[in-house]
Design a protein around this ligand. Structure first.
Ligand SMILES: Nc1ncnc2c1ncn2[C@@H]1O[C@H](COP(=O)(O)OP(=O)(O)OP(=O)(O)O)[C@@H](O)[C@H]1O
Length: 299
């Protein structure tokens, strides 16, 4: 079997418990002396039914990783799978369909359509795709997110937290294989941010969804099951069962001493030692940037 074929069958064989996978994922922007290596041969598995947070200093490659895993950006080298579908190499049209049908997105800026009410915003991607929502699932999502009595409201009639809940419902509506959330609490006050993080947690625990969230905020990351730390385009550490304190402590190692903390094995696994899961606290990102667009384009 050729290397490529072996890699492909590896991707398929192990895809069951893995929502997304990257091998040797490399992304360079520009060329020659001005080239920036945003991702440097990243290997990562995103486990199904888990809440994964991606953290790291500004410019470490978090958004690029999310965009490459979601098929929003092309890769320079390496392979990416969504489930057992290798997305690297798909044509634009196929990628558009895959994103629309199999991935949910949440962004810092909500990206709701102002002229549509909450219910219409929630089902818009499915309406564009000509797909009928599963009414039972949709009801469950709307009730889980506490949006039942807000469905007729337009975004301008909703608070920031309620708007992000609508965006969350929109991401969940088609029961996607994977939800990518890029700084979803970045525009919210701490109470609303806490609420949205709680809903993402419920989406994983009660609805069996898979969430990947990029964040700068240790409090937000503490709601996840696993934190992946990026530095200089590489995954340099991971932390299971994170607490805000443990994440903050880990982030401190990044500052001042360069991206690679001394004495840290890049492959090491750090447990949130001694910190019980219920010690989770929250906050909201304050220094996040506004990112991206919804993927509502019809093909
Ligand atoms: N379109 C682009 N053209 C050129 N360089 C880019 C582009 N997008 C990202 N980069 C560079 O790639 C590197 C990784 O950027 P990325 O946005 O993924 O980092 P990040 O960790 O998400 O940063 P932040 O936390 O500030 O959002 C940075 O050095 C950035 O300047």
């Amino acid at each position: 079997m050729s290397t490529a074929a072996a890699e492909h069958s590896l991707g398929r064989a192990e895809a069951d418990g893995v929502a997304a996978r990257a091998r040797g994922l490399t992304k360079a922007y520009g060329s020659g002396e001005t080239a920036v290596l945003a991702l440097d041969s990243v290997d990562v598995d995103i486990t199904r039914g888990r809440f994964t947070a991606v953290m790291g200093p500004s410019g470490s490659g978090k958004s690029t990783l999310m965009h490459c895993l979601a098929g929003l950006d092309t890769v320079s080298a390496g392979q990416v799978w969504l489930g057992d579908t290798e997305i690297t190499g798909l044509r634009d049209r196929e990628l558009t369909r895959l994103r629309r049908d199999r991935i949910g997105f949440m962004f810092q800026s909500f990206n709701l359509i102002p002229t549509l009410n909450a219910a219409e915003n929630i089902t818009l991607p499915m309406d564009i795709a000509g797909r009928k929502p599963d009414e039972k699932w949709l009801d469950q999502v709307i009730d889980t997110l506490g949006l039942r009595n807000r469905l007729g409201h337009r975004p301008s009639q909703l608070s920031g937290g309620q708007q992000q809940r609508v965006a969350c419902a929109r991401a969940l509506a088609s029961r996607p294989e994977l939800i990518f959330a890029d700084e979803p609490t970045g525009n919210l006050d701490s109470r609303a941010g806490l609420e949205v993080l709680g809903f993402l947690r419920e989406a994983v625990d009660q609805l069996g969804q898979t969430v990947v969230m990029v964040t700068h905020d240790p409090g937000a990351a503490a709601h996840s099951d696993l934190v992946l730390y990026l530095a200089d385009g590489r995954i340099v550490d991971r932390m299971e069962h994170p607490t805000a304190e443990a994440v903050l402590e880990r982030m401190r190692l990044f500052s001042g001493s360069g991206a690679q903390p001394s004495g840290l094995d890049p492959r090491a696994t750090t447990d949130g030692a001694g910190a019980p899961a219920d010690a989770r606290t929250t906050g909201t990102g304050t220094d996040a940037r506004t990112t991206g667009t919804t993927d509502l384009d019809k093909d």
